[in-house]
Design a binder for this molecule. Structure first.
Ligand SMILES: NC(=O)c1ccc[n+]([C@@H]2O[C@H](COP(=O)([O-])OP(=O)(O)OC[C@H]3O[C@@H](n4cnc5c(N)ncnc54)[C@H](OP(=O)(O)O)[C@@H]3O)[C@@H](O)[C@H]2O)c1
Length: 255
């Protein structure tokens, strides 16, 4: 019997993570779903398991707690599973003045958006490198490309995710492990509400973001920015800066 691939997704209880779970389920992957809201995960697990005839496991975990990534890894081992695809999607942000916000919010955000993602990548990436097979999808943001006043820590965490992912994509390539950074722009999820931000009417549907991510992951692309407007948002400022720097350099070099 051919074994299904096993995909572990953090933050699968809503938004982009939930849509990613649906996309992988449609492709007959067995799933390990991780988040804090176990009841929501369990409902999704039953739905996807029945609809696609796959195995779906649920791990309730608060990734803002130190050591959470190692606990997730140990639970996967207890279940006797090998993770073929790791999706580090869990994340959150807040809008506010950095110096006025509680330190705990920043500490939790750094833990979820950076530390847990890094640790899970190391633990599962190490196994994948040994097996010489695997794929990792890390969810960054279009905010990875520029600073974000009033969301300073969040944007900085996403700059880390992109830089880290692009670097280890190169390191892991010889081990046949691909790393893809997903950089969504505003997406219609609970993210904005949780962050204390207004909804953006131009936001993308999470289903479309998930589909673009899956396609890029399968093609082993190192970065994917879903949606034309988001691509322009990322590419145009870089082109503009390049042009300006080019002109400046030309002036400097003029005799
Ligand atoms: N929506 C956007 O506009 C946007 C744009 C760019 C990037 N992103 C990124 O996309 C990813 C998914 O966000 P989303 O838009 O789908 O937001 P969302 O609907 O708020 O979903 C966030 C997911 O992360 C999980 N999560 C949050 N804190 C957690 C914790 N401490 N421990 C475990 N899981 C936790 C949540 O599950 P529980 O609450 O059940 O724990 C939920 O499943 C995030 O990394 C976000 O930064 C979003």
């Amino acid at each position: 019997m051919v074994k299904n691939k096993v995909t572990l997704i953090t933050g699968a209880s809503g938004g982009i993570g939930c849509e990613l779970a649906k996309v992988f389920a449609q492709s007959k992957h067995d799933l390990v779903l991780v988040a804090r809201r176990v009841d929501v995960l369990q409902e999704l697990a039953v739905e996807l398991g029945k609809e696609h005839n796959i195995r779906v496991y649920v791990i309730g975990m608060d990734l803002s707690e130190g050591g959470a990534a190692a606990k997730v890894y140990d639970k996967v081992k207890e279940l006797n599973l090998e993770v073929d695809i790791l999706v580090n999607n869990a994340g959150f942000g807040y809008v506010g003045l950095f110096h006025e916000e509680e330190q705990q919010k920043d500490t939790d955000m750094l833990q979820v958006n950076i530390s847990a993602l890094t640790e899970l990548t190391k633990l599962f990436g190490r196994d994948m490198a040994k097996r010489k097979e695997g794929r990792i999808l890390n969810v960054a943001s279009t905010g990875s490309y520029h600073p974000g006043p009033y969301t300073a820590v969040y944007y900085a965490t996403k700059a880390y995710v992109l830089s880290f992912s692009e670097a280890i994509a190169e390191e892991l390539r010889p081990f046949n492990v691909s790393v893809t950074a997903l950089c969504p722009g505003a997406t219609k999820t609970n993210f904005a509400k949780r962050a204390g931000r207004r909804d953006n009417s131009a936001a993308m549907e999470p289903k479309l973001v998930a589909k673009a991510a899956y396609k890029a992951l399968m093609k082993k692309k190192s970065v994917v920015v879903p949606g034309l407007a988001n691509k322009l948002l990322v590419i145009l400022p870089r082109r503009l800066v390049k042009g300006m720097v080019g002109k400046y350099q030309k002036r400097l070099s003029k005799r």
